[in-house]
Structures are given as structure tokens and as C-alpha cells.
Write a protein that binds this ligand. Structure first.
Ligand SMILES: [Zn+2]
Ligand SMILES: [Zn+2]
Length: 294
């Protein structure tokens, strides 16, 4: 066991926040689920919550654990420390597609990938993530580095036999093309799925997992609800991407894993299925992808 990382590695101005107070906890879930993608190393809220406070609040409403995602060397180390200090955390480690160009420009991408390789070997690291392509934030000429980094991360997930969490922003075709060309890891997750119904069908056929975040509740996100409707139940995951993407009706407030019940209940209502039944299915899917937390 390592020491609980109670400091934030990334202090970030909370974008789009109208009210910095953490919202009231929702009604607890009867059947526990997991938050399969969050960033608890980033500070949020008027009074920041420690890792333990985040996990305790989550557990109190039926969130049994979280997968802590990463984007650079520092946050990847933080994720592994968190996972090794608390049984409610598993780690995902990676260089984020928007960070890859800076590492490459500094001539440090190979060195960074070697660090990720080492962290991926740790027993509580169960995914490479987040990796992928982001054409919204990264323009040419940074995309060559982004592509090279994505392919290197795919190779690492395969080498270590762990899952992969994909970040895909405005790059659907090229992400799918890359996975098809080099071969996807056995368990590939589209974190914060952002495609439409047609893409969801392609992903389902390929056996990829679709992880839905709080933005599925946004008014303008009908594409996500259409995608959800055609996703096989055994391929659905749920996440917060906290501190980002706070679900309706709490937009403008901090996001945290303890708010997962809001998104889960929304998914169940959209699908017209029982909340407990969907929770049991999604929890089983999560363990299938990442393995046991205990
Ligand atoms: Zn992402
Ligand atoms: Zn993320």
C-alpha cells in the first residue's frame, strides 16, 4: 500500500462553473455500480474533496468504485498511487492525445511512453487511458504525434493484456480506421462516447464498449440517446468524466462520482428498463472490462 494521494496534481480553474458548491447527494442506488472514468486529481468545487472523501461520498450512494483515468506522467503516477492506496480505485494510465504533441515537441514522447509502460505493469493498473485522437483541440501539425502516440498506446494495452479507454473528439472515422488497421485491444472502451447511432452500430459489431457520461442528459445530445438505444446492454458503461460534464439538472456545478446515480437513472429511463436491472448489467460489464476491484 502506498500513501493516499491527498493532494491535487492539477489545479484548474473550473470552466463554466456558475456555482462552486458540490450538489446534494442523490438518492442512493439499490444495486451498486462503478464510475468507469474520472479525474479525481483535478481540483474542483469551492472546497476541494480529498480522494477518500470522494470515494466515501460515492460509496454512500452505491458507487462501489472508480477507474481513475490519466493524461500525463504525473497524473498516471497519481492514479497508480490512488489505486494502490484504496481498494475502491483502479488505475488507467496514458499520455492524453492533446498532451502527446507537447511531449513529442520536447523530444520526450518515447521516454514518456516508457514510463507509461512501467506503470501499466502494476497490478492495479487495468487500462491504458485516455488515449485516442482529438481533432477539436489539436490541429495540424500536432496530429502526427497524436497518431503515433495512439498506436503506441494500443500496443501497450495489448502487451499488458489490459483494457483501453479511448478519447475520441471530432475524430470518429480516424479512430475507427486506426483500430481496424492495427487491431483493437480485446477490451476497448469509448470513454464519453460522442458518436451517433450509426457509429454505435459499428462499435457494437466490433465488440467495443460505449461509456456514457453526463452529457447524455444534455438537451442537444439526441445523437447520444440514439446511440444508447442501439447499444447492446452488455456493452454499456457509465462514467462521470468528473470534474467535467455535470449532468442535467446540475450543469454549472462541480461533478463527482457520487453523482453517477443521476446519469444511471437517466439511462434506465431512456431505455425503459428497471434501474436495478440496468445497474446490475453495467456493474457486470465494468468488472468484465477492468477485472475485480478487490
Ligand atoms: Zn476524454
Ligand atoms: Zn477524461
Amino acid at each position: 500500500m502506498s500513501e493516499t494521494p491527498d493532494t491535487y496534481v492539477r489545479e484548474r480553474a473550473t470552466e463554466g462553473r456558475k456555482d462552486l458548491r458540490y450538489p446534494e447527494a442523490p438518492e442512493p442506488l439499490a444495486v451498486p455500480v462503478y464510475d468507469n472514468h474520472c479525474h479525481l486529481e483535478i481540483a474542483d468545487g469551492d472546497v476541494g474533496l480529498s480522494l477518500t472523501e470522494q470515494l466515501d461520498r460515492a460509496e454512500a450512494v452505491g458507487i462501489a468504485g472508480v477507474v481513475q483515468a490519466s493524461g500525463d506522467i504525473e497524473s498516471s503516477r497519481w492514479a497508480v498511487d490512488a489505486a494502490e492506496s484504496d481498494p475502491r480505485v483502479l488505475a488507467a494510465v496514458a499520455i492524453h492525445p492533446n498532451d502527446a504533441p507537447a511531449y513529442a515537441d520536447a523530444g520526450r514522447l518515447d521516454e514518456a511512453l516508457a514510463v507509461i509502460d512501467g506503470l501499466a505493469a502494476r497490478p492495479r493498473t487495468r487500462a491504458i487511458g485516455e488515449t485516442g485522437l482529438d481533432y477539436f483541440r489539436t490541429e495540424e501539425p500536432g496530429r502526427a504525434a497524436q497518431h503515433a502516440s495512439f498506436e503506441a498506446h494500443i500496443a501497450l494495452a495489448k502487451k499488458h493484456g489490459i483494457a483501453m479507454q479511448i478519447h475520441d473528439r471530432d475524430a470518429h472515422d480516424d479512430v475507427l480506421e486506426t483500430l481496424g488497421r492495427v487491431g483493437a485491444p480485446e477490451r476497448t472502451v469509448f470513454h464519453c462516447f460522442s458518436g451517433d447511432e450509426a457509429m454505435a452500430r459499428v462499435c457494437a459489431d466490433a465488440g467495443y464498449y460505449l461509456s456514457f457520461a453526463g452529457n447524455v442528459t444534455f438537451k442537444n445530445a439526441q445523437n447520444l440517446r440514439d446511440a444508447l438505444a442501439v447499444t447492446p446492454r452488455e456493452r454499456i458503461l457509465v462514467e462521470t468524466d468528473a470534474p467535467f460534464l455535470t449532468p442535467v439538472p446540475l450543469r454549472g456545478r462541480p461533478n463527482a462520482p457520487y453523482l453517477i446515480p443521476i446519469t444511471l437513472r437517466f439511462l434506465a429511463a431512456e431505455l425503459g428498463v428497471d434501474v436495478d436491472e440496468l445497474a446490475a448489467q453495467i456493474a457486470a460489464n465494468t468488472l468484465e472490462v477492468y477485472g475485480s476491484f478487490a
